[in-house]
Design a protein around this ligand. Structure first.
Ligand code: PGA
Length: 255
């Protein structure tokens, strides 16, 4: 199985989101085997997009969440509010949250704790910030993954890790395929051996400048469970093409 996640970031209003969501549902018609599909619109569009995805094979995700279930937190959205509006997934620790909104590993750990306490599945983003010397990137990612220990990760819960090197997000410079596989193998090993996460509950995807041309390189690798797409996920044709590529890979692997 492959997973394809669309992260619409702060690009689309309600009307555009609904139109794009309809386009995606339409594109899936007649396809038997499809990847696990998660689309993450902005908060204001969640309710309307949820209606479009109802009875479709696309799951709804949010792009962020607060760290407590209820309370005096002006501007925050809780896990309960997200499930209420139809979300099954939530992105947490995205590099743009860390970079532009000052999110720290401590805050990400609190958010994860809240997610683990809810019905939501986390899409936990990790990735090194710069082109490091060998070994340094692993250390930075390891530190981010330590949030799982602080958040007391429940071992039977499903979890998606999005490996997204910061320098590859929105830059048109995706990470080299071998380096990506090495890092994903490293993350998988660490999570299984250190945190006792069962392999069946764990999916590790790659994100960062995925487009219709390069998606196949990542999707065809058995070590990589899928892709998380930002910029190219708000263009229907591009996203459709990436889904199509995942369908081809799944079909080829099952024959
Ligand atoms: P990008 O973003 O595809 O635009 O690089 C990826 C992401 O932010 O998840």
């Amino acid at each position: 199985m492959k997973t394809v996640i669309g992260n619409w970031k702060m690009h689309l209003g309600i009307r555009e989101s609904v139109a794009l969501a309809r386009g995606i549902v339409h594109a899936l018609r007649g396809k038997e085997q499809i990847p696990e599909l998660v689309v993450c619109p902005s908060f204001t569009a969640l309710s309307e997009v949820n209606k479009v995805f109802a009875r479709s094979r696309v799951s709804l995700g949010a792009q962020d969440v607060g760290f407590d279930r209820v309370g005096p937190y002006t501007g925050a959205i809780s896990t309960t509010m997200l499930t209420d509006v139809g979300c099954q997934y939530v992105i947490v620790g995205h590099s743009e949250r860390r970079r532009f909104f000052g999110e720290t590993n401590e805050l990400v750990a609190r958010k994860l704790e809240s997610i683990f306490d809810s019905k939501l599945t986390p899409i936990f983003c990790v990735g090194e910030s710069f082109s490091h010397q060998a070994g340094d990137a692993e250390k930075e990612v390891q530190k981010q993954l330590d949030c799982l220990r602080e958040a007391d990760f429940p071992k039977n819960k499903k979890m998606i890790i999005a490996y997204e090197p910061v320098w590859s997000v929105g830059t048109g410079k995706p990470a080299a395929i071998h380096a990506t596989i090495d890092m994903i193998d490293h993350i998988r090993e660490l999570l299984i051996s250190r945190f006792g996460i069962s392999e069946a509950n764990l999916r590790i995807v790659y994100g960062g400048s995925i487009d219709p041309k390069n998606a196949h390189q990542y999707l065809r690798e058995s070590a990589i469970d899928g892709v998380m797409v930002g910029g190219e996920s708000i263009r229907l044709q591009s996203f459709e093409k990436i889904i199509e590529t995942a369908v081809e890979v799944i079909t080829a692997q099952s024959t």
